[in-house]
Ligand binder design. Structure first.
Ligand SMILES: [Zn+2]
Ligand SMILES: [Zn+2]
Length: 312
């Protein structure tokens, strides 16, 4: 490669009429430098094209979907809302639908799979999930007939990516979350819909360069809100959703462990606001001695389509 670049640069130098003494076996120090810079530039350009990227297409009780990978290959984690919304969100993030190599579903609740049938009919995507989730998707008629479905047990390699399954405690048949190692070796975890943090989800987050963690509700807002008692109990239970306070405590451990690119996901529209979720997390981390925007970055997964992706 070095020789090739050197020869190319030497040839073009001659074409330009610049007088350079040609030395085939030992190029001048200057030419060696030029060739080396060209090589570094070529490598940098290649890296720019394939940087790991996470796009929170939308998140929350009305629908969840994330694209994780690089610009040229990635996976969709969950397919909430509808096919059109996913297409529009992908476009808004500058991503092509053809970059999606498969769809991974975390569990059968409709905010995670309502777009799946039309999406798999139109694009013939392969669908991955736990056996329990696949069974529920089938029962609820969420899969287009003939769709290729695959049970993911531990991990699966797709293109240049590796996708790992980590189980989550939630009131679904067999829910899980996913960690994606992108083509450039960087990794991201999306972990929402879980009543409590488990050691294995925490470990997966600590291994990741970027982590989306559920910050579902403000406990006071939920307790004093309009939800019926049984629903409040369900959300607060170990198989419900992670509160702002519980999430904030976890984030502090993650930053201390070296995972400092963070995002809050699955915010409740009724029992939370982006401002409250952000303030709870930032205050907890700053009280533990970590400075916002200097020791860690923290974004909110949007409920509606935006254009802001995370390069991690
Ligand atoms: Zn959900
Ligand atoms: Zn759920």
């Amino acid at each position: 490669m070095f020789e090739y670049l050197t020869n190319r640069i030497m040839s073009s130098a001659f074409k330009g009429g610049i007088k350079i003494q040609r030395r085939d076996t030992a190029p001048s120090l200057n030419l060696q430098r030029i060739a080396l810079f060209a090589l570094i530039k070529a490598k940098l350009l290649k890296r720019v094209i394939f940087l790991a990227k996470a796009a929170a297409l939308f998140s929350g009780s009305k629908g969840n979907s994330y694209y994780i990978g690089t610009s040229n290959e990635g996976v969709l984690i969950d397919a909430g809302k509808n096919c059109k919304q996913i297409e529009l969100a992908m476009e808004a993030h500058g991503l092509s639908m053809s970059s999606i190599k498969a769809v991974f579903i975390t569990h059968e609740h409709s905010d995670h799979c309502s777009a799946l049938k039309v999406l798999s009919k139109k694009y013939r995507f392969d669908v991955y999930a736990s056996a329990g989730t696949l069974c529920e998707l089938e029962k609820a008629n969420r899969l287009y007939p003939g769709t290729n479905t695959f049970e993911i047990k531990d991990s699966v390699a797709l293109g240049n990516m590796l996708i790992e399954r980590i189980d989550t405690p939630h009131d679904a048949a067999e829910s899980c979350c996913y960690r994606v190692v992108a083509g450039d070796g960087k990794s991201a975890l999306v972990a929402t819909d879980m009543g409590i943090m488990t050691p294995s989800v925490r470990q997966a987050a600590l291994k990741s360069d970027f982590a989306v963690l559920e910050s579902n509700h403000d406990i006071q807002m939920l307790k004093t809100g309009i939800y019926p008692f049984y629903l409040k109990q369900r959300i607060l239970s170990n198989k419900g959703h992670l509160s702002n306070a519980a999430c904030a405590n976890e984030l502090a451990q993650l930053v201390q462990g070296g995972t400092f690119r963070l995002m809050l996901g699955h915010l409740s529209e009724q029992n939370n606001t982006p401002q409250i979720a952000l303030a709870t997390a930032v205050n907890t981390l700053e009280n533990a001695g970590m400075k916002y925007k200097s020791d860690f970055t923290l974004d909110i997964a949007p409920s509606e389509i935006t254009t802001q992706s995370v390069i991690f």
